[in-house]
Design a binder for this molecule. Structure first.
Ligand code: 5GP
Ligand code: ZN
Length: 119
């Protein structure tokens, strides 16, 4: 896990421009785009350009990039106009969470009240 691009990774291809996506924001180290199957009025994905399989792998390798990803999720929320009303950041990790793309991505969800979980 050194962050190098993975040939058959969907999000590496999106970052490289090989598969089209609706871009929300780009920074030196991150890329944010609209989810193709939105689960809320605003549903964006924020990824590091570097390839790590999930949030734990990213955090283990690079605390700095992990922090940058979280900061960027907040910038995406501001750019989408949902920062003040509130939003949710989700990292699905592994099978039980239903992770389907194994290039770490923060879901940024908002634009309406979201189904709550927990008490
Ligand atoms: P996961 O289930 O791994 O947490 O999230 C993967 C997300 O990627 C899903 O919300 C899914 O809708 C989104 N997704 C899958 N394929 C594509 C694609 O080709 N383009 C975009 N923009 N999003 C995708
Ligand atoms: Zn990748």
């Amino acid at each position: 896990a050194d962050g190098q691009p993975v040939a058959d990774c969907l999000f590496c291809k999106i970052v490289a421009g090989e598969i089209p996506a609706t871009v929300v924001r780009e920074t030196e180290n991150t890329f944010a785009f609209k989810d193709i199957n939105p689960q809320a009025p605003i549903h964006d994905l924020v990824v590091p350009r570097a390839h790590y399989a999930d949030a734990a792998e990213l955090a283990a390798h690079s605390p700095e990039l992990t922090a940058a990803l979280l900061v960027e999720a907040g910038e995406v929320a501001k750019a989408e106009g949902i920062a003040d009303d509130g939003y949710r950041i989700v990292f699905n990790t592994g099978a039980h969470a239903g992770q389907t793309v194994f290039h770490v991505h923060a879901h940024v969800l908002g634009g309406d009240f979201l189904a709550h979980f927990g008490s």
